[in-house]
Design a binder for this molecule. Structure first.
Ligand SMILES: O=C(O)CCC(=O)C(=O)O
Ligand SMILES: [Fe+2]
Length: 229
């Protein structure tokens, strides 16, 4: 195993792959990802949950597919079973304001400068929903079912933010498939609503959302381009 931070390790075969966008955080940190506590207050979340629970303007989430060298987005329920809501209007400015407040912390942590960001999306996972292992900037290259590398599909995308919006669900842990702790256990996160998990979008941070077994898991995700310092 290769040690990527004080408490976290990554299998050598992953680190040895040709990864065009491999950027790693400071190895002297405890963890290679950042958890920002209380990005949204409990009051904000309560109201936002009420709005989302009756919002029926939803879209079925798609995944990237490569057909003869053209990347398309398609629904594939064997990879991803999630619904997408728009962030309610009343929350757009509050989200932006909070993001600006925490932006420097994110930039300092990963030694980069954020430039443009995608529109934030609210994801809804109900019982049976999941999102299989993927990297946010690349597609996996498999040969005879074995991972042999990654093709970058979102070249400028560096940082992923996931803000947790609800607590009343079971299952649905966020797993980092190639990150292991000191006890050789794969990293599985369950954070409180209002907290934001920030990580790099490259293949080292390949992640998965385990199946939700009850309740509603809402997250707000956004991807950010950046200039590396
Ligand atoms: O909902 C989550 O926790 C993560 C979602 C995700 O990985 C994605 O949209 O790329
Ligand atoms: Fe993702």
């Amino acid at each position: 195993m290769y040690q990527i931070s004080n408490k976290i390790y990554c299998p050598k075969d992953i680190m040895q792959l040709e990864l065009p966008t491999k950027l790693l955080p400071n190895p002297y940190y405890e963890y290679p990802f950042l958890v920002i506590k209380d990005f949204f207050s409990k009051e904000n979340l309560e109201q936002l949950n009420e709005i989302l629970r009756v919002d029926d303007d939803v879209e079925q989430a798609k995944v990237r597919k490569k057909d003869i060298n053209i990347i398309n987005r398609k629904i594939d329920k064997s990879i991803r079973e999630t619904k997408i809501h728009k962030l309610p209007k009343e929350y757009i400015n509050l989200y932006k304001k909070q993001f600006i407040f925490f932006q420097k912390k994110i930039e300092d942590y990963f030694c980069l400068a954020l430039t443009t960001s995608t529109k934030p999306q609210v994801l809804e996972y109900t019982k049976g929903s999941f999102y299989k292992a993927h990297s946010d900037d690349s597609n996996m290259i498999l040969k005879d079912n074995k991972l042999v590398g990654f093709t970058t599909v979102a070249h400028q995308r560096r940082v992923t933010t996931v803000l947790f919006l609800s607590d009343d669900y079971t299952g649905g842990e966020l797993v980092f498939n190639y990150l292991y702790d000191e006890n050789k256990q794969v990293v599985k996160l369950r954070v409180n609503s209002g907290d934001m998990v920030v990580f790099l979008s490259n293949p080292v941070f390949t992640h998965e959302v385990l199946e939700v077994t009850s309740g509603n898991r809402f997250t707000l995700v956004q991807w950010h381009d950046a200039i590396i310092n």
